[in-house]
Design a protein around this ligand. Structure first.
Ligand code: DGL
Length: 273
């Protein structure tokens, strides 16, 4: 297969959350084009089964390949936890997720070898971080906590609300009591709560944002495989967005977090794929 270096990167998530990953790719790889898919009709993924998430991920990857992407980033932590290992061998382009890069930084950063992970029920229940972190360092103790209310709070825009601080204090109490020194923000939405989570955990706890680390992993992958865009003249719309439902709602959230005006958002029927 010949590689078109100027082809876009495919990025997908269960909805709007993966825009935190797209944002880091835009910042760190400004010459790359992006095709983003948010599965807004079938969100949330965090409370669904592995089989369902694998089926959804395969459909989305088929759609992205139809857009001629050169690589795919599974921006959703739940889809990375449940589907990545299965789907990454099934398609002709590299597929990376958001778990490994975050785990690597956490393993490198922790001093007391006590790492916390927060995410959806699916991600935490999968035990994926423990598996990856133990592969890197079997002595690391991994403490997971599902924080399901964080996603709706972020989507409501309550990023700096006293109620959000109260919810965070309740969820994070047991991790604080366990004396972790590193915390992986293992869900697409959580980087948007970084200041609240940081305030609750205290300055001595290092917060790891897998969105940023994944953008760096993608950069290394494209560089090493000779697939980095040569920085050819950017198209008028270098970033294209697709959703499975309610394009307007997606657009207003996207415009609130991206340094870019999201005009091109199109609804597609993902069940066709
Ligand atoms: N994108 C999901 C994740 O990172 C959170 C939202 C959902 O449950 O679908 O796990």
């Amino acid at each position: 297969m010949t590689i078109d270096k100027e082809a876009p990167i495919g990025v997908f998530d269960s909805g709007v959350g993966g825009l935190t990953v797209a944002r880091e790719i835009m910042r760190n790889l400004p010459s790359e084009k992006i095709v983003y898919f948010g599965d807004t009709a079938r969100v949330p993924y965090g409370s669904k089964s592995r089989e369902t998430i694998i089926r959804y991920s395969r459909q989305i990857i088929r759609f992205l390949l139809e857009q001629h992407v050169k690589a795919i980033v599974v921006a959703c932590n739940t889809a990375s936890a449940f589907a990545l290992e299965t789907v990454k061998h099934e398609f002709p382009v590299p597929v990376i997720g958001v778990i490994d890069a975050g785990a690597q930084v956490a393993a490198a950063e922790t001093k007391n070898k006590r790492v916390g992970v927060i995410g959806t029920e699916g991600t935490i229940g999968s035990g994926i971080h423990e598996t990856v972190l133990h592969r890197l360092d079997p002595e690391i103790r991994v403490l997971g906590k599902a924080c399901p209310l964080f996603v709706p709070l972020v989507e409501e825009g309550w990023l700096h609300d006293p109620l959000t601080t109260e919810v965070a204090a309740r969820y994070l109490r047991e991790l604080k009591d366990q004396d972790i020194d590193t915390l992986i923000l293992g869900c697409t939405h959580y980087p948007l709560l970084r200041s609240t989570i940081g305030q609750v955990m205290g300055e001595h706890v290092r917060l790891v944002n897998p969105a940023y680390e994944t953008a760096l992993e993608l950069k290394a992958l494209l560089t090493d495989s000779g697939m980095l865009s040569g920085g050819a003249a950017q198209e008028e719309f270098p970033y294209r967005f697709f959703v499975s439902d309610l394009a307007d709602k997606f657009k207003s959230f996207a415009n609130s977090i991206l340094p870019y005006d999201v005009e091109m958002t199109q609804k597609i029927d993902i069940e066709k794929y």
